[in-house]
Design a protein around this ligand. Structure first.
Ligand SMILES: [Zn+2]
Length: 472
């Protein structure tokens, strides 16, 4: 404050007071423009700063760390970086960020400059509080709040009159943070925790320790899932089958087989037992359940349409693979085309296969719509959407699973790739997959109307009580 007043007194006769007040607002970029107004200003600013103890050795060195800094003449044109200067700036930033009073003191610099130039405007209440700031303990925190709150408003008002006013300050901020990224390295949480020792994430994502007999648990769950799948097949095969219109049972068996195979494979690798790496399992489980329940409410023709939609896609893929072959054949491409052609079931001389390019087999109806029509919207919202978000790399998922905050204060709190792997092993999640897959099997058998004696016999090994708990 005293430095501001002294500089203003020295220059008041040469420069308009409002201009002067604006150029002593605490920004280096403002000082730069002050130097442009008159030849004598650089010397006055420097001498007065030394006089009031603002240009200490540490401050000089800290400023000199930044090449292309505004008002470079303040400490001489040379640039040099030292570890102690970097730490000095880091400390200053840290203390300002964690201390609201310090932040307010810095944000009060433009106000003080205007007050001393006699051009500050505000209501009486703010003037009364600022008069005794920051020495009055009773009103200090109120004043801090008013100052911090008015910072953005004052900035907005300035920008309304002059939209480019802070351009050079913004450019300098880019230089400041850019330089920090060169002069100091990122710091990860685990370096703070273990004093430089790389840490191993020993807890699963829900914070529970990875289970001890995990290997056993994994083998047990996988075997259970395989047994369930065998029983599902057995029930279908031992009961009378409507082979005259076979599509419905084919689609059911196909989709149940699809989810079971995914779950069985995932159960074999505990690294996948977490939402980061196992979201696709949750997603497919919900999706298949919604498909099966929605199709059950449609005309029986829907099962054939489901198959034909897929056959059409196979034809499309055969075509696009052929385009690749025309550009330059690669190994196995002819076999790939043949396989897609076979799966498009378009044999013969007439090309009858329609390629439906809408988003789903149900005339483009979304999974969400299907869920809504069957009272499964909550399941969709609570499980499918979240799992989809992970599959589609929505930022929240990337942020929580793959990134961590850099603990170097000079780096502006940016996010950096996490080097800790998710250890998976979430037993509850793995069990929930088995439960969901089993539910789907029971729902499927119920929709198909598979003879109850066959179902009972196939799942007899599970015992009666557990059968009552499953299904929904
Ligand atoms: Zn960093």
């Amino acid at each position: 404050m005293r430095w501001q007043k002294a500089v203003q007194d020295d220059l008041r006769s040469d420069i308009d007071v409002e201009e002067l007040a604006r150029r002593l607002d605490g920004r280096l970029t403002s000082l730069e423009t002050l130097a442009e107004l008159s030849d004598s200003t650089r010397e006055i600013v420097r001498v007065r700063a030394s006089e009031y103890g603002l240009l200490t050795e540490s401050v000089r060195h800290a400023i000199a760390t930044y090449p292309r800094r505004p008002a470079a003449w303040l400490v001489g044109e040379d640039s040099a970086t030292s570890q102690s200067s970097v730490s000095f700036v880091a400390q200053a930033l840290f203390e300002t960020l964690k201390d609201g009073h310090r932040e307010a003191l810095i944000k009060c610099l433009p106000i003080w400059s205007e007050v001393q130039a006699g051009c500050f405007k505000s209501d009486q209440q703010m003037r009364d509080i600022l008069k005794i700031y920051p020495n009055d303990d009773a009103t200090r925190s109120v004043a801090d709040t008013i100052i911090r709150a008015s910072w953005g408003a004052r900035r907005g008002a300035s920008l309304a009159t002059n939209p480019t006013q802070f351009d050079s300050a913004t450019d300098w901020a880019k230089i400041f943070w850019g330089t920090n990224s060169m002069t100091s390295r990122c710091i990860r949480q685990r370096e703070l925790d273990k004093d430089g020792e790389p840490a191993v994430d020993e807890t699963s994502e829900d914070g529970s320790p990875a289970s001890g007999g995990a290997q056993e648990g994994s083998a047990h769950l996988q075997q259970l899932m395989m047994d369930l799948m065998s029983s599902y097949c057995e029930a279908l095969e031992s009961a009378p089958s409507p082979l005259y219109c076979q599509e419905r049972q084919e689609v059911h068996a196909g989709l149940v087989s699809r989810v079971s195979r995914e779950v069985i494979t995932a159960l074999g690798d505990q690294d996948l037992w977490c939402m980061e790496h196992g979201a696709h399992i949750t997603r497919i489980l919900v999706e298949v359940r919604i498909y099966l329940q929605w199709m059950a409410t449609q005309e029986p023709l829907i099962y054939r349409e489901f198959q034909e939609y897929g056959a059409g896609k196979a034809k499309l893929y055969a075509r696009s693979t052929r385009e690749v072959a025309e550009v330059g054949a690669s190994i196995g491409i002819d076999e790939a085309i043949q396989e897609f052609e076979r799966l498009s079931h378009n044999e013969g001389h007439i090309d009858h296969r329609v390629v439906d390019t809408r988003d789903s087999f149900a005339g483009g109806k979304s999974v969400r719509e299907m869920a809504k029509e069957n009272g499964l919207l909550d399941l969709y919202r609570r499980a499918y959407s979240i799992a989809s978000g992970i599959s589609h790399s929505e930022w929240w998922s990337v942020e929580t699973h793959c990134m961590e905050r850099c603990y170097n204060i000079l780096h502006r709190g940016h996010l950096i790739p996490s080097l800790s792997l998710n250890s998976g092993g979430n037993d509850e999640l793995a069990r929930s997959w088995v439960d969901s897959a089993y539910s789907i099997m029971r729902i499927s058998l119920s929709i198909l109307g598979t003879e109850s004696a066959a179902v009972r016999s196939a799942f007899e090994w599970m015992g009666a009580p557990s059968q009552e708990n499953v299904g929904e």
